[in-house]
Design a protein around this ligand. Structure first.
Ligand code: FAD
Length: 491
């Protein structure tokens, strides 16, 4: 029976989320073992940002978008909600927007990203069941488990660039370590044991569990999809150098002083995965890029909505810059800003279109229309570098000539402080400088480059999206019209 007093029992507070990360994980930063990811400077800030969302879910602050009622009556994170109708997708769009706004969309794998893998996989469970019946029931059971434990998930799929560990790198018949591709070493009725290294796991050191497997596995023993706790024996997580400024003040770096989501390479050395954590194994067909892009389309939609949020914020930022620097009356400047607004409008349109054209999947999950989704993402990939350039350009000298508050308070000329010379007509020097600090963080810092590289490189690269667009577009009406118009008959 539903325990009404404890309706939120599946949700985590910020503190219980942080406590869940203080486990036996092995995380390494620049050769040093990180004792506690919730306090280490490389990972703590990003974790606190995610914890903030956990707290809001837990406290019920935004129950209308951040949580939903499970079939058993308890509340869960809406990130795990299987969308069944357009209202569900609209709710998710609002939730993703709300969460993304907090980090300017730079937490590309926020708590609602890889959660959507568990939902997307349910959308194609019939195919999983057909091709790999042994594990298919685990798909719904794991979703339920992850939802009830409000897990923060990451994924590590792409191979590292070292040739031995890449699926196409070495002869299939070479034994490890000469062929070091991720593989199943041993399997029995209890589960599988895997070894190998994965190239990138965004937020792996900051998450509870890691979704692992390979694309294009060349052999059955190199093929599986499974979830592994980040602290499982044999897992080692090597973090990249940080790009945020966790020790800076919020004035000097309004965005990047808050920390970042961390990428890492993840090592699996004979890691045991019990059966219930395995979604598929020994079936390479279930890991080809075509099928992968189908069942992860719901996650790619998350990315589209996050990009929509980013573009909207960029348009707003451009407007504020024009106001502060007194540029609004200059037509050429407005022409430049129009490009940013265009991106925002087009992504908004693509999000709406993707919901309007959503289709029920074979596993009864309503998935956003793939073509609007792909078109929106490709357009964003093309435009983002240009938009960041425009934001930088709009700022002129202000972007580079930014100063500490102590500098502004120092005596300069005419008996005035340094700040006297930086006041604009609409805001004081301190505020103008603060705005420029924000633009620096958003569009010019190392952190912003990392976020851009993420958009350009992470799963489902631009060439694949473009290919999908050409292959999936509905040409039927236009092609038959053209053929009829000119009498172009087939041979
Ligand atoms: C910031 C960031 C975060 C990421 N997060 C994750 C994550 O969480 N989990 C995960 O599994 N992966 C993640 N990735 C990995 C990402 O999916 C890959 O970087 C991407 O798929 C490209 O693969 P690669 O890096 O191995 O490039 P390579 O295969 O070495 O290729 C180098 C360049 O050549 C291009 N290229 C290579 N082959 C072709 C081809 N046949 N056709 C066209 N272009 C080609 C690539 O697009 C790339 O631009 C992340 C990457 C980055 C940069």
């Amino acid at each position: 029976m539903l325990d009404l007093q404890n309706k939120r029992k599946y949700l985590k507070s910020a503190e219980s989320f942080k406590a869940s990360l203080r486990d036996d994980r092995t995380v390494i930063y620049q050769g040093q073992v990180v004792e506690d990811v919730t306090t280490h400077f490389s990972t703590a800030g990003g974790i606190s940002q995610v914890a903030e969302i956990y707290e809001e879910q837990f406290s019920g602050e935004h129950d209308d978008i951040l949580t939903y009622v499970r079939p058993d009556g308890y509340l869960a994170s809406s990130a795990y909600m299987p969308p069944r109708n357009k209202e569900d997708l609209a709710l998710r769009r609002r939730a993703i927007t709300y969460v993304s706004q907090k980090t300017w969309g730079t937490h590309c794998r926020n708590l609602d990203m890889i959660a959507s893998f568990t939902v997307g996989m349910m959308g194609y469970r019939p195919t999983f069941r057909k091709k790999c019946p042994e594990y298919a029931e685990n798909i719904t059971e794991y979703h339920d488990y992850a939802e009830r434990n409000s897990l923060y998930l990451s994924e590590a799929i792409v191979d590292p660039q070292g040739y031995r560990a890449r699926t196409h790198g070495t002869d299939l018949n070479l034994p490890p370590p000469d062929r070091a591709v991720m593989r199943i070493n041993k399997q029995n009725a209890e589960g599988i044991w895997i070894s190998g290294v994965k190239g990138v796991g965004t937020v792996a050191p900051q998450s509870n569990e890691i979704f692992v497997g390979s694309l294009f596995p060349a052999a059955p023993n190199e093929s599986f999809w499974a979830y592994v706790p980040a602290d499982a024996p044999g897992v080692k997580i090597f973090c990249r150098e940080i790009v945020s400024q966790p020790h800076a003040s919020a004035y000097d770096h309004p965005l990047i002083s808050k920390g970042e989501e961390a990428e890492a390479m993840v090592v699996f050395d004979n890691v045991f995965i019990p059966r219930w954590r395995i979604m598929a194994a020994n079936v390479p067909e279930l890991a080809n890029a075509g099928f992968f892009s189908l069942w992860t389309s719901y996650s790619h939609w998350y990315t589209l909505v996050r990009l929509e949020t980013k573009a909207d914020l960029y348009a707003g930022l451009a407007k504020v810059i024009m106001e502060v620097l007194g540029l609004e009356g200059i037509p050429v400047v407005r022409q430049r800003v129009s490009e940013i607004v265009q991106l925002a409008e087009i992504l908004k349109g693509m999000c709406i279109a993707s919901i309007e054209t959503a289709e029920m999947s074979e596993g009864d999950i309503l998935l956003p229309g793939p073509n609007a989704l792909a078109a929106g993402r490709v357009f964003a990939m093309e435009k983002l570098p240009r938009v960041l350039h425009l934001l930088r350009e709009l700022c002129g000298q202000g972007l580079i000539l930014r100063f500490n508050e102590k500098d502004l308070a120092t005596d300069a000329a005419f008996g005035q402080k340094f700040s006297w010379f930086l006041d604009t007509q609409s805001v004081g020097a301190r505020e103008k400088n603060l705005l420029m600090n924000l633009v620096w963080d958003v569009a010019a810092s190392e952190h912003s480059t990392r976020a851009l590289v993420f958009e350009e490189q992470h799963a489902l690269s631009e060439p694949l999206l473009r290919d999908n667009l050409v292959l999936d577009y509905d040409y039927r009406e236009s092609t038959s019209l053209i053929r009829r118009m000119v009498g172009l008959n087939a041979k």
